[in-house]
Design a protein around this ligand. Sequence first.
Ligand code: 6PG
Length: 232
Amino acid sequence: MAASPLETRPFPDGDALAMALLSLLLESAAEAIRQRGRFVLSLAGGSSPLPLYRLLGETPADWSRWFLLYGDERALPHGHPERNSTQVEQLWLAPANFPATNHLLPDFSHGLDMASSRYEGLITPYLPPDVVLLGVGEDGHTASLFPEREMANAQGNSVLAVSDAPKAPPERITLSYETLNSAATVVFIATGSNKRQAVTRMLAGDALPVNRIRGRQRSWLFLSGTVPTPGG
Ligand code: 6PG
């Protein structure tokens, strides 16, 4: 499957980045809904997408054809402040009255392995995602795919269980490389000076998880703050 080259878009600050990303998502959603009757978005965890989620919570839209799943999720109870879904619910879904049936939530109440296999079943009818949003870790990880951690995936699963993540908490589920790469569009979000080295290595093509994921049609790296821009 051909992969698209990484295109970078630098922004002066996180708000400008979020505004541009909002426009990209709304355009992508309109196109997907026109062509296939639905828009499937894989959400990024961590803090970088929070300005975007806040903006989405303030955006009047018809969410009935949007379907949300998670690129990764920490193995914590629903509503836990450290869960990626908690931020999404508080900033976007609750204020927007987003249809709960379209929010594909991992459930860890029966343990990590059950969460992984049940999430696999839940999201399979919605794959491939139209757009995948991903953060960039300081070590070049993304979702819960970390450097030097070969993810055994003999069964070709879409969802993998992680029990030794170097970024707390150690237990998570994550979409597989194959599933993330099945998306038409991938957008990485990197903000802040602490991502300088990771972005430099990413743009140099280093063998990192962030460089093993590209969209079939478009791959973007949205940068803001003091993160270096190409030739900057
Ligand atoms: C997680 C995230 C993780 C995150 C990066 C960047 O659950 O921790 O999925 O991959 O996207 O670590 O995190 P920040 O955006 O907070 O820097």
